[in-house]
Ligand binder design. Structure first.
Ligand SMILES: [Zn+2]
Length: 476
């Protein structure tokens, strides 16, 4: 298909008009002739989308949506228009490689963590472009350093940033000290006592966190009763503070405790056993959202295996959205090889590790199918920032894994748009293509209702009414 068909025909005159009369009425763009998949479950062939300023003004037929005078016209014949993608689980204070997770593989000579952490804080928009370039126009940071709680306000005003919601530091009983740098850069808050719970939640509220995130790793059996009670206290304190409770709980038992404590978002799959009806009942009673994150564990294993073999793992980045520094860092595996014990560096160990993680992904896929069949709300969520789960393009692999688990492609489109906006508390602002919503949308060459791989054929990204060619957002 000819790329030029989507070059705005009236672009130059409109820009000039805008420059000459900035106080005049907002500029309009009309995207015509494509198939709109609006994120509510509705599709419209030969549709017209009218965007005025940063908002969608009309979605419908050309008769229903006449072009405003002077509008820029974009021909989308043969293409597919969807809402911008929402990644409902990311970490701005992680890098996509091991330097951001010294609690996993620590290599302080090559990657001193305080330096990595300070560099991220100094450049908080570090990952914005990779997101837009990949078609992601909103992200939920479900845990990070205190500065991440300042991102939502700044990102909302920045047309080159996705919308951001941020939970800030995690409350946990199990925080590795490796991820705390100083009193300004830290990842964990305590829940060892009832007083801890109160002060941790108060601290989050004061720093502007938009949720209370608990990292609820499975406690030792002897400590279950005590820590389950503490989890309930966190839920009550979050509610009193007016903050959503969101929980990392990959064990079925812990996930149920989290839901009883009032969790409205489970940021990972249950991955230790098959979920049951009690779990599904708790999920629906809370109207809680389930974020499967099928690929992050496999990606981390790939990273570790690649380092052990001294092989660079190929980067899956069809839009060239990942920046060159990150790509170079990921390619530099040889100096890391000594970190992997000798006996784990052989190919047969590598194959067995990949098979084991594949089995876990299969169980997560079965659980995802059960959640889907129960009618509960599911989102697309990558856990971006973890090793080889790269900010931006990792969403494609995640959606394809959901499809491989048996979720219909058309349903995944809803999970990756409308449901993500709901999880962020922003359903009235974006996630669907409806009049009045912020004009965040994608143009694809192929149909995502039949195959999620269509998102790899992204040709254009519109954020708040500004249309970008995907290639213009590439970083290498
Ligand atoms: Zn995470």
């Amino acid at each position: 298909m000819n790329e030029r068909r989507l070059v705005p025909i009236a672009f130059l005159p409109c820009v000039m008009a805008l420059l000459l009369a900035s106080s005049a009425q907002a500029q309009s763009t009309v995207i015509a002739g494509g198939t709109v998949i609006d994120g509510t479950g509705r599709s419209i062939r030969d549709a017209t989308v009218v965007v005025t300023g940063d908002r969608i003004a009309c979605v419908g037929s050309s008769a229903e949506c006449p072009a405003p005078a002077g509008a820029t016209r974009v021909d989308a014949t043969g293409r597919f228009i969807t809402p911008g993608l929402v990644d409902a689980h990311v970490h701005f204070s992680q890098t996509g490689w091991i330097d951001g997770r010294p609690d996993g593989l620590s290599v302080p000579d090559l990657y001193p963590y305080p330096e990595t952490a300070r560099a991220l804080r100094a450049n908080p928009g570090r990952w914005y472009r990779a997101y837009l370039c990949s078609g992601i126009t909103a992200v939920y940071d479900v845990g990070g350093h205190p500065w991440t709680t300042r991102l939502p306000g700044a990102a909302e005003r920045d047309p080159m940033a996705p919308h951001v919601r941020a939970a800030g530091p995690l409350i946990t009983h199990a925080g590795p000290a490796a991820l705390n740098v100083d009193e300004e850069i830290y990842t964990f808050l305590p829940m060892a006592t009832s007083a801890d719970v109160q002060s941790s939640v108060a601290k989050l509220k004061a720093m502007g966190a938009q949720a209370v995130k608990v990292w609820y790793l499975a406690p030792q059996p002897a400590r279950r009763a005590e820590l389950d009670a503490r989890m309930m206290e966190v839920g009550a304190a979050a509610k009193a503070a007016g903050l959503d409770l969101i929980v990392h709980a990959t064990g079925l038992r812990e996930a149920k405790v989290a839901l009883r404590a009032g969790a409205v978002l489970l940021v990972h799959s249950v991955e230790d056993q098959r979920i049951d009806d009690e779990f599904l009942g708790l999920l629906s009673a809370n109207r809680a959202v389930y974020a499967p994150t099928l690929t992050v564990g496999r990606n981390a294993t790939r990273a570790s295996v690649a380092i052990g073999l001294g092989q660079r793992f190929p980067i899956d980045d069809p839009g060239r959205c990942v920046d060159a520094d990150t790509v170079a860092k990921i390619g530099n595996v040889e100096p890391l090889r000594p970190l992997i014990p000798e006996e784990r560096r052989s190919p047969d160990v590598a194959f067995r590790r990949l098979e084991a993680v594949g089995a876990r992904v299969a169980l997560m896929g079965e659980n995802l199918q059960r959640v889907h069949a129960s009618g509960n709300t599911i989102v697309a969520a990558t856990d971006a920032g973890n090793p080889l789960t790269l900010h931006g393009p990792s969403i494609y692999d995640e959606m394809e894994a959901m499809q491989a688990a048996g979720i219909p492609a058309a349903d995944i489109v809803l999970m990756a748009t409308r449901n993500g906006a709901r999880a962020m508390g922003r359903a009235g602002d974006f996630g669907t293509l409806e009049a009045g919503r912020i004009a965040d949308l994608l143009v694809l060459a192929e149909d995502p209702r039949t195959d999620e791989r269509a998102f790899r054929t992204l040709t254009h990204v519109m954020r708040a009414g500004r249309l970008h060619r995907q290639a213009d957002l590439a970083q290498r």
